[in-house]
Design a protein around this ligand. Sequence first.
Ligand code: CMX
Ligand code: CO
Length: 146
Amino acid sequence: MLTRIDHIGIACRDLDATVEFYRRTYGFTDVHTEVNEEQGVREAMLKINDAGDGGATYLQLLEPIRDDSPIAKFLAKNGEGVHHIAFGTDGDVQEEADGIAAKGVRVLYDRPRRGSMGSRITFLHPKDCGGVLTELVQAAAKPAEH
Ligand code: CMX
Ligand code: CO
């Protein structure tokens, strides 16, 4: 099941300046920064709130590290702004994607890829989602409690 908004992805040209804007303007802080080579981004996750399923909701700020990456292409065409929305699943993301594909929506990956903080992610084609690039996220399993 899709249980929450996991994050909103925002394309920016200067990650550090954008993180600073969100800190100065709203008081949000980056809880995590990483480079995802496969996606061609340097990114920061700003936590907004915890969610009832044990997950959380974030803003994902994305700066391109390559000219041929999806974020670089988006910036060249549209400039900075909202790039995608991401729903969090409480179960297997591939099962969610298969169920959505069966409804006629194109899923971009054959199998999930690695997202922020060890999550498993896949994307739905924006042309099948009313112009909204949509990501599905299965958060990394938390270590077992002792
Ligand atoms: N939101 C809405 N529409 C979008 C879009 C977006 N973010 N990106 C592209 N489109 C639209 C374009 O406007 C274009 O529409 P028109 O044909 O009407 O002009 C169409 O989709 C094709 O766009 P394109 O610029 O030619 O781009 P591509 O087809 O090469 O790539 C997409 C589009 C969605 C397949 C590609 O961006 C992709 O694979 N995205 C998934 C991966 C990703 O976005 N990674 C970065 C984030 C990583 C993370 O979240 O962790
Ligand atoms: Co994302």
